[in-house]
Ligand binder design. Structure first.
Ligand SMILES: C[S@@+](CC[C@H](N)C(=O)[O-])C[C@H]1O[C@@H](n2cnc3c(N)ncnc32)[C@H](O)[C@@H]1O
Length: 230
């Protein structure tokens, strides 16, 4: 894999194995904010963390840790909104640390303030929980999603950030979506940059109700899928 610069100036990686860029070429940070923070994290804060009582932590599961950009954006969002987050992510092919050190995310975001937690996540041991900031607990799992045995009803929000269905079809099957459905708490959501009709049908077959939302710049649509219980 090698580093490329996307149109908003933020880095991404190009995977030679999957012949695909890790983020949108129109802007990695821009896409992460739009798809995962605005449509996933913010929805979760609004709907799953009642101001008084209820759960104290938003629980997020990410498919594909990769560069750690979505986790970093979530750390920043948690800090800005004053909420606590438990963040678990799964990755089959970790990005080497030499590559991570070259990425420009912490330079572009908040003036390097989040460099320590960004590096803590990458340096942290696999399969253990780590408090990377006072309100952000992080755990990364070194495993394939395809072999992962999900805990039941554990998460409020899933960031589904796999490589595209054309390049990695095994990640976009009904079986995988059923597994993710089970991972969600009642009323939980899954967000993805992909809005292909075949993917939407797969989500429905797995039990989800699917909303199409406006996509990030350069992409017409994205999806937010709901595990409705009423
Ligand atoms: C589109 S990239 C997104 C990565 C990440 N969210 C980011 O912002 O850099 C997809 C990620 O899924 C990972 N991946 C591929 N196959 C996987 C599998 N079977 N299980 C878990 N992760 C996988 C890849 O290694 C890659 O890091």
């Amino acid at each position: 894999m090698y580093i490329i610069t996307t149109k908003d100036g933020s880095h991404s990686l190009f995977s030679e194995k999957y012949d695909e860029i890790y983020h949108s070429g129109n802007g990695a940070i821009q896409e992460g904010r739009h798809v995962f923070i605005n449509s996933g994290f913010d929805y979760g804060i609004k709907n799953f963390l009642p101001p008084i009582g209820g759960e104290s932590k938003l629980k997020i599961f990410e498919v594909g840790f990769g560069t750690g950009l979505n986790a970093l954006l979530s750390i920043i969002a948690a800090q800005k909104q004053g909420v606590s987050v438990y963040y678990e992510t799964i990755e089959k092919y970790p990005v080497p640390l030499e590559v991570i050190k070259e990425l420009n995310y912490t330079q572009l975001l908040e003036n390097e303030k989040y460099r320590p937690p960004f590096h803590s996540m990458h340096l942290s041991t696999w399969n253990n929980e780590h408090a990377v900031t006072s309100n952000f607990t992080f755990k990364k799992i070194h495993e394939s999603l395809l072999n992962f045995q999900p805990p039941l009803q554990a998460f409020n929000v899933i960031y589904f950030d796999a490589f595209a269905p054309e390049n990695q079809p095994e990640m976009w099957t009904v079986d995988v979506m059923r597994k993710l459905y089970q991972l969600l708490k009642p009323d939980g959501i899954l967000v993805s940059y992909c809005s292909k009709s075949s993917f939407r049908k797969t989500l429905v077959a797995a039990g989800f109700e699917v909303d199409k939302l406006q996509g990030p710049p350069g992409k017409r649509e994205m999806v937010r899928a709901h595990k409705r219980t009423s």
